[in-house]
Design a binder for this molecule. Structure first.
Ligand code: ATP
Ligand code: MG
Length: 572
């Protein structure tokens, strides 16, 4: 696996080709799209792809067709009251806004329950739908298989009068859950199993978060979705590939209602490939399993690919939009390498995150020839030469400093350019330091390093000696103590098992979260605010955690390392 730069955003794609052709042929004079999440969980980065596509199209065509009425709706697909909740609706709205989009109208499928009911009566009256009283298991059995045709329900030939009477009584609440359903009367031998008399309505004696106790029958997705689209005047109804077989049913619903209902548009469904990422799970059901099983701390756990998790992890909306653009819109399913997402956040933060020094695993160094009480305020730029920004801060330098434990070795190999007994290293923005001695604990671990500095080396090389390595450091008496959380892949397997539902839990990476409780940050970070992002030199990009960080008890999350260390470790 390699971490390569993502391909540049595609200007055109097959969806845009279709829209352009529709506009040229005069089939539409505006573009209406919608993003239709089910409010049964939080959004993930796969949804971001759909959001960028639907809202992005509306923005583009508003520009191209000013005054045309081009829009993108946010519509909650709330047809299953057993799973849905207002809490999720709030989270979804926050996520869409955070990604940088604003809807032109907020709707619910439940806004149309009255119309949907009326249209179902119309279908029954025109002999296109009937009330079926088979059990769920029988319906399944009668449906047949891909290789064998289904057989008709014994209730298929009920009279219109009987069907209407039963349907009205279903609505009144005279029957229990599962006693009857309404089905489209289509074709039990159809090669497309979705067309074998699909369910349109079912009984659910469950209160709904929007309509309360008003209904005890609820429409199925395949019936509710085309009607919602058509009522809103959606022109291009874009969904993911697994709905390809549902398209015929989508068209059947529209075709059989359009004359009666006088819809403002004849929407068409188009399918594109869903986004899959390696080393993680993307379906809401699985994410919910992780949250409810307390495998993670919540929907916004920074290990999760949820928008809330990525936001807390420190991803920017710009980086996620750039990622979605780099993935493009295609017809064939594929899995995108996590490294591509990480490339996008590095690319964005390189220009945005000031560089500072933080020691994550501190090792104390006492500089023996530095005056006891002296403190020097050294200039340190926030930006490297290749970022066209200005700004600097003072970093205090004193007799006792911290360096990374990893930057010291007692017995180093030949090509080790960091600190070791008798070796000299450059301290970033400061002097060259030579290790003269070490102090060990009872078990032989180095707990302190002793050294001397060369006062002639502030900002310049020592005469006649080559100092190859430069390491970061923090003045010990001025250090800001903080907790730093390092993250790794959520799963240790690239493609988690898809078979049995909970099997993927075995693939959870136990090292996906590593907490370093005793980090030493440079003084300037003392008043870092939640959500602020920095590059800790040589360590990666970090953000102040928005939830757990407190003044005086800072918590940082590592957003991403500086290099693709994961890909390199996989190559070993
Ligand atoms: P999940 O299977 O993850 O629960 P879903 O499809 O059930 O997702 P919905 O809330 O119904 O979630 O989806 C809202 C919209 O987002 C749909 O149009 C759906 O096609 C799209 N979508 C969902 N997952 C992805 C994905 N991985 N890539 C692209 N679009 C997606
Ligand atoms: Mg769904």
């Amino acid at each position: 696996m390699t971490s390569s730069a993502p391909a540049p955003a595609k200007i055109g794609d097959f969806i845009r080709d279709i829209i352009n052709a529709d506009l040229e042929a005069g089939r539409h004079d505006k573009v209406l799209t919608r993003f239709p999440p089910e409010p049964n969980g939080f959004l993930h980065i796969g949804h971001a792809k759909s959001i960028c596509l639907n809202f992005g199209l509306a923005l583009e065509y508003k520009d191209r067709l000013p005054g045309s009425g081009t829009r993108c709706h946010l519509r909650f697909d709330d047809t299953d009251p057993t799973k849905e909740d207002t809490l999720f609706e709030d989270g979804i709205q926050e996520d869409v806004r955070w990604l940088g989009f604003q809807w032109d109208g907020l709707y619910h499928a439940s806004d149309y329950f009255g119309k949907m009911y009326e249209y179902a009566e119309h279908l029954i009256q025109s002999g296109k739908a009937y009330v079926c009283s088979l059990s769920d298991a029988e319906i399944k059995e009668y449906r047949g298989s891909v290789t064998t045709p289904g057989k008709p329900s014994p209730y298929r030939e009920r009279s219109v009068e009987e069907n209407l009477d039963l349907f009205r009584r279903m609505r009144k609440g005279e029957f229990k859950d599962g006693e009857h359903v309404v089905r489209g009367k289509i074709d039990m031998a159809n090669a497309n199993m979705k067309m074998r008399d699909p369910l349109l309505y079912r009984i659910r004696h469950t209160a709904h978060h929007m309509t309360g106790e008003q209904w005890c029958i609820y429409p199925m997705y395949d019936y509710a979705h085309p009607i919602s689209d058509a009522i809103e005047g959606i022109t291009h109804s874009i969904c993911t590939l697994e709905f390809e077989n549902n398209r015929e049913l989508y068209d059947w619903v529209i075709d059989n209602l359009i004359e009666y209902a006088k819809f403002p548009s004849r929407p068409h469904q188009y399918e594109f490939a869903r986004l899959n990422l390696n080393y993680t799970v993307m379906s809401k059901r699985r994410l919910q399993e992780l949250v409810e099983g307390k495998h993670v701390s919540g929907w916004d756990d920074p290990r999760l690919p949820t928008i809330a998790g990525l936001r807390r992890r420190g991803y920017t909306p710009e980086s996620i939009r750039a990622f979605c653009a780099s993935v493009g819109v295609a017809k064939a399913n594929s899995t995108v390498d996590m490294a591509q997402l990480e490339f996008c956040i590095r690319d964005d933060l390189n220009q945005k995150a000031p560089r500072v020094m933080a020691v994550l695993k501190p090792l104390k160094v006492v500089i023996e020839n530095y005056p006891d009480d002296k403190v020097e305020e050294l200039d340190a730029s926030y930006w490297p030469h290749d970022v066209p920004k200005e700004g600097s801060r003072k970093v205090p330098f004193s007799k006792e400093i911290y360096i990374e434990q990893d930057d010291f070795m007692l017995d180093p190999p030949k090509d080790y350019y960091r600190l070791a007994p008798g070796k000299e290293v450059r301290l970033r923005y400061a002097y060259c330091l030579t290790c003269t001695d070490v102090i060990k604990d009872a078990s032989g671990n180095v707990v302190e390093v002793r050294g001397t500095y060369d006062p002639q080396t502030l900002g310049k090389n020592p005469e006649g000696r080559k100092v190859k390595g430069t390491i970061h450091w923090v003045s010990a008496p001025h250090a800001v103590k903080a907790e730093v959380r390092l993250y790794d892949r959520l799963l240790s397997e690239e493609a988690p098992p898809t078979g049995k539902d909970s099997e993927f839990l075995n693939a959870i990476n136990p090292n996906a979260l590593q907490v370093l409780a005793e980090c030493a940050l440079e003084r300037s970070l003392g008043d870092a605010q939640p959500g602020e992002r920095f590059q800790f030199e040589r360590q990666g990009y970090f953000v102040v955690d928005g939830k757990d960080s407190q003044p005086g008890a800072l918590v940082f999350n590592r957003i991403v390392t500086l290099k693709d260390s994961w890909a390199r470790s996989q190559q070993k």
